[in-house]
Design a protein around this ligand. Structure first.
Ligand code: C5P
Length: 264
């Protein structure tokens, strides 16, 4: 028998978490991703959610240089390998560094899911929807449709036009693209000097049309102090729902067992 390892053609799903921001708008003593939420740092919840999806095989976290808080993250309960790398000046630089950190292992066609550190309420079901709905496309992202009427304004906040809200979405994360395409698009976008605010924007500039996949509205980005209480409420709601689903499953299994005993 030969010992040669046969290279696998199976695609890997990587997760990259840009976590090098300081979150100025939170006005907190530490970067917002390290604030405590339901007894755990926000970033720990976020990593945990990504790790829970069966297809995601490794998580790369981009950290600020000399980040003194990373050691507070407890990875014992995280079921997947977690690697860290240094973040960059802007979010897009942090994501690019994450991609570079896996260049020796990632295949060009591997999928990369980029997810904000400050979105700890991400549902595993939504990751699943993103993967299922985008696997035959050039990639896409979670989003939600806007509810309010949307206005475009000038620099002095006077309305220039009312937008057609049927075609406007909030762009959330994860955003999922192929390794090589995303890396090329980010490098090109950064070189262009434009402010690249998400991966989809870099892909758009490269001529790609990412697909938006409808997400649950509880996938909020913690940005302001009041968002913490809301995120805590959503986490509790998700936990309650999980317990209810579990009880229902157990009841169904119990009823099924009784039916069998009754000869039904
Ligand atoms: O500031 P904002 O909430 O838009 O940041 C989105 C994500 O990008 C956060 O997870 C933040 O930590 C990350 N980020 C980063 N590197 C930067 C700036 C932001 O990884 N230079």
């Amino acid at each position: 028998m030969s010992n040669t390892t046969v290279p696998s053609n199976r695609l890997t799903y990587w997760a990259i978490v840009p976590a090098a921001g300081i979150g100025k708008r939170m006005r907190a003593d530490c970067p917002k991703q390290y604030l405590s939420l339901a007894g755990r740092p926000i970033l720990e919840h976020t990593i945990d959610r990504l790790a829970q999806h069966a297809l995601i095989s490794e998580i790369v976290v981009a950290l600020a240089s000399r980040d003194p808080y990373w050691d507070t993250i407890n990875l014992n309960s995280i079921s997947k390998p977690v690697m860290t790398t240094s973040g960059g000046e802007e979010r897009c630089d942090s994501v690019l560094n994450g991609l570079k950190a896996i260049e020796s292992q990632a295949k060009d066609n591997d999928w990369v899911l980029v997810h904000d550190a400050a979105r700890p309420c991400l549902r595993v079901d939504d990751i699943e929807q993103l993967i299922v709905q985008c696997k035959d496309t050039d990639g896409g992202l979670l989003g939600i449709t806007v509810k309010d009427t949307m206005k475009e304004v000038d620099d002095d906040a006077f309305i220039t036009q009312t937008l057609n809200r049927d075609h406007i979405w909030h762009a959330l994360t994860p955003q999922m693209f192929r390794y090589r395409a995303l890396r090329d698009a980010l490098e090109l976008g950064i070189k262009s000097g434009k402010r690249i605010t998400d991966e989809a924007m870099a892909m758009e500039l490269a001529g790609i049309r990412p697909k938006l996949v409808s997400a649950h509205a509880d996938n909020i980005k913690i940005t302001q102090p009041e968002d913490l209480a809301l995120a805590e409420f959503y986490l509790q709601q998700q936990l309650d729902q999980q317990q209810l689903d579990q009880q229902q499953l157990e009841q169904q299994a119990h009823d099924f067992g009784n039916d069998l005993l009754d000869g039904g």
